[in-house]
Design a protein around this ligand. Structure first.
Ligand SMILES: Nc1nc2c(ncn2[C@@H]2O[C@H](COP(=O)(O)OP(=O)(O)O)[C@@H](O)[C@H]2O)c(=O)[nH]1
Ligand SMILES: [Mg+2]
Length: 360
């Protein structure tokens, strides 16, 4: 899974990227136009706990890829230019985080000259909608010609989905707000449309705005919340300071600012939710590991994520939920309590299940 961080210049993208990847990109790199990309470990306290119990040789967190999507430029007119090059870098992400600047900093002028979060959110939405309109319009024209010649039913279905998109986009609504069905999504996937991507709107607040975070959140939620969209806040400056603190000191520091969760934890939790993802675990002396799957996957599909052979040769899954394992204290006790189960391939895996796959 790949998450792209987008936003106007000087909104705090690189700051957010650095704090969540905990890599310190050299100051001189900031603002340059190469893309920063990193694979980050998904923090999971349950995996930490399991690791402390099993004491394995290896602990393997689930991972996601995060990209600091750079390349937005100021045009001759002074306004920000969404070049084709920039838009094509946005396309490859599964979900987007738009960093929206609320912090004031006279040393770093806002590219539009003032702080206005709804304007900045709408700028991106409009650009994505225009880009999608161009793609959809062109494809609709082509499809109509092809259908005249072939009368192909599959193409007709594709045309009807795209015409629906065209209508939505023409009314200036991002596609992500619309509930498409599974088949429709499948068709639309190939186009890598921009406004259909799940979106996390991340308000970058100043330290002195943090205690008022609720006020800012509500303003955006009123206008922008909806399907496939989440709104959260963070403070780039505070997060930067957190990176260098010990866990203990960080806790105290966060409390002072009324923060309960680091930007990384919040972002990943919301992104998982947005993308319909969840985790299951495998445990043992060699390795304790968290795996990421789509909600609704069954035991056989989950086994296939571990290894394609496990999918093909699946017999049964041994299942204990993390909570039951911790409560009872061991697999044996969980079994006595009836919490350890053998499940067939149709079993729908739950977030936090500990699985052991029996296979041929
Ligand atoms: N005061 C303040 N400054 C910030 C905050 N977040 C980022 N900055 C500063 O704003 C400038 C631009 O940030 P950067 O992350 O490079 O923005 P980008 O262009 O979107 O990647 C840098 O000098 C940051 O230190 C914040 O929350 N508060
Ligand atoms: Mg940057």
């Amino acid at each position: 899974m790949q998450i792209g961080i987008v936003g106007l210049p000087f909104s705090g993208k690189t700051t957010l990227f650095q704090t969540i990847t905990k890599t310190h990109i050299q100051q001189s790199d900031i603002g340059k136009s190469e893309t920063h990309q990193a694979v980050i470990k998904v923090p999971d306290k349950r995996l930490d706990k399991l690791t402390s119990i099993f004491n394995p040789k290896k602990k393997v967190n689930a991972t996601i890829e995060v990209v600091d999507v750079v390349g937005l430029q100021k045009g001759d007119s002074g306004s920000t230019q969404f070049t084709g090059n920039f838009l094509s870098k946005v396309k490859t992400n599964d979900a987007l985080v738009q960093v929206v600047r609320l912090f004031e900093n006279p040393l770093v002028p806002h590219p539009e000259g003032s702080i206005d979060m709804l304007r900045d959110i709408n700028t991106f939405e409009t650009e994505f909608i225009l880009s999608d309109l161009a793609v959809v319009e062109k494809r609709v024209e082509n499809l109509k010609k092809q259908i005249l010649k072939t009368q192909d039913e599959k193409l007709k279905k594709e045309l009807s989905v795209l015409e629906k998109c065209f209508e939505i986009l023409q009314s200036e609504i991002a596609l992500r707000y619309h509930h498409f069905d599974k088949d429709e999504y499948q068709i639309l996937k190939t186009y890598q449309l921009l406004s259909i991507k799940p979106m996390l709107i991340a308000l970058n607040l100043d330290e002195n705005q943090l205690l008022d975070s609720e006020k800012f959140l509500v303003q955006v939620i009123k206008k922008k919340s909806g399907f496939n969209t989440k709104i959260l806040f963070f403070s780039g400056k505070i997060e930067m300071e957190l990176v260098d603190l010990s866990e203990e000191d960080a806790k105290v520091f966060m409390k002072d600012y009324g923060i309960t969760e680091s930007a990384l934890d919040k972002l990943i939790r919301e992104a998982y939710d947005l993308l319909g993802l969840q985790s299951f675990f495998t445990v043992g002396e060699d390795e304790c590991r968290a795996w990421t799957i789509k909600k609704g996957m069954n035991a056989q599909e989950a086994a296939g994520v571990i290894h394609s052979d496990f999918f093909k040769k699946f017999i049964r899954a041994e299942v204990v939920h993390y909570d039951d394992f911790i409560e009872t204290g061991s697999f044996a006790k969980a079994k006595e309590a009836g919490k350890w189960r053998l499940e067939g391939k149709e079993y729908i895996v739950k977030d936090g299940d500990i699985l052991s796959i029996r296979h041929n």
